[in-house]
Write a protein of this length. Structure first.
Length: 109
């Protein structure tokens, strides 16, 4: 029978990985939206259109801190689990979790 700790480790690793990718995606989307607004302003687009685009940008910027908060929580939970489940070091799931932790660490420095 499979160890339930391994399943939990796999789930927590997936959560951190997903939130990390989500945050990167939102940041890219915000940059893209900023460029789009600048382009519209340069082209002299209608003020109403620019205002709506700026609202979209603000919504995107509001999502980033929430995603960061959720990522920080999931990251810490995974780190704590890795410390507590030291005996799982030989498993592939543990190795994957360490790799994801290393990758996501860049979001906290």
């Amino acid at each position: 029978m499979a160890d339930p700790r391994v399943k939990q480790l796999r789930i927590k690793t997936g959560v951190v990985k997903r939130l990390y990718k989500e945050k990167i995606s939102y940041i890219k989307e915000a940059d893209s939206q900023k460029n789009r607004i600048d382009k519209f302003k340069g082209e002299g687009k209608d003020e109403h259109v620019i205002k709506k685009e700026e609202e979209v940008l603000q919504e995107c910027l509001m999502i980033i801190p929430d995603t960061q908060r959720r990522l920080a929580k999931a990251y810490e939970e995974l780190r704590e689990m890795l410390k507590a489940e030291d005996d799982l070091k030989e498993t592939e799931e543990y190795t994957n979790a360490v790799a994801v932790i290393d990758e996501a660490k860049s979001q906290f420095t």
